[in-house]
Ligand binder design. Structure first.
Ligand code: CP
Ligand code: NVA
Length: 304
């Protein structure tokens, strides 16, 4: 295939592309519940390169390919010749000649970009330091299931302005949600993402005041304070972010029907309490399940 479409950033999709994917994901979810087989990717293979650990992404992509009649290969970065210095570009060219798609989770966003530049098959970003677009597809699916719409909803991000927050900014921008981000100084979202949002006419509110950010929220989203790769400054991060815990008091400031999202893995007792993640507002485990359905739709679009 020449000029494949890649999924490196949520901004690779427009609002209508996302709505189409969510329709397809809902259809696939319903078919799976009825145990209807959808062998639409038979004889197709997906190479999955992981430079960082994963539970949800690895398993949901692998099961997606199996459910669709295809095959996924788990490739640990350290077991590939990449670890001994083979270039990303040569790796992309070779994997493209065996597989119909390449998915990668890397430390550096540029590594995924480099893969996409030399791959002749679609490349999917399965998390980098800058974005986690597959997560946001599942999150948008979950928001639509619970709220039935996007336009005008208030989406509050609390805590570290990390890779998931960056993709959430793009999601709010594309789907017409208002966004408030509460984070301590020095832990805000990536400037290049804010610029991308600005170019789309979108500016989130960014504040240090968590109570202001969650007032009347429809959605409260938080994530770990220590993303993969940030472990070396764990102590400093915990100190700065401890005032930003999502607990019952914070949830009480939002709308009565607020939903709580977290991409997982959660650090219970740090960014979120047991009471909130297991409480009546939590949509966290529906959100995790939706990784499977949303990614199936994505795989069908890119590899089908
Ligand atoms: N949310 C998410 O991407 O989880 P994993 O790190 O387990 O894949
Ligand atoms: N922000 C987290 C997300 C994990 C799915 C990280 O990058 O580790």
């Amino acid at each position: 295939m020449k000029n494949p479409s890649h999924f490196i950033s949520l901004a690779d999709l427009g609002a209508q592309d996302i709505l189409d994917l969510l329709d397809s994901a809902a259809d696939l979810k319903e078919k799976r519940m009825r145990r209807k087989v959808t062998n639409l990717l038979s004889n197709k293979s997906l190479a999955m390169i992981f430079e960082k650990p994963s539970t949800r992404t690895r398993v949901s992509f692998e099961v997606s390919m199996t459910d669709l009649g295809g095959h996924a290969l788990y490739l640990n970065w350290n077991d590939l010749q990449l670890d001994r210095g083979e270039s990303i570009k040569d790796t992309a060219r070779v994997l493209s000649s065996y597989c119909h798609g390449i998915m990668a989770r890397t430390h550096k966003h540029e590594h995924i970009q480099a893969l996409s530049e030399c791959s002749t098959v679609p490349v999917i970003n399965a998390l980098s330091n800058i974005e986690h677009p597959c997560q946001l597809l599942a999150d948008l699916m979950t928001i639509r299931e619970f709220k039935g719409r996007f336009n005008g909803l208030k989406f509050s991000w609390v805590g570290d302005g990390n890779n998931v927050c960056n993709s959430a900014i793009l999601a709010c921008s594309i789907m017409g949600m208002d966004m408030s981000i509460a984070c301590p100084a020095g832990y805000g979202p990536d400037k290049s993402i804010l610029k991308k949002g600005e170019n789309m006419g979108f500016t989130p509110e960014i504040t240090n005041d968590m109570r202001e950010a969650v007032a009347d929220a429809d959605i409260i989203y938080t994530d770990t304070w220590i993303s993969m790769g940030d472990e070396f400054e764990a102590g400093k991060r915990i100190k700065a972010l401890t005032p930003y815990q999502v607990n019952d008091e914070i949830v009480g400031l939002a709308k009565d029907n607020v939903i709580i999202l977290h991409c997982l893995p959660a650090h219970r007792g740090q960014e979120i309490t047991d009471g909130v993640i297991d409480g009546p507002h939590s949509a966290v485990f529906e959100q995790a399940e939706n990784r499977l359905h949303a990614q199936k739709a994505l795989l069908l679009k890119l590899l089908g």
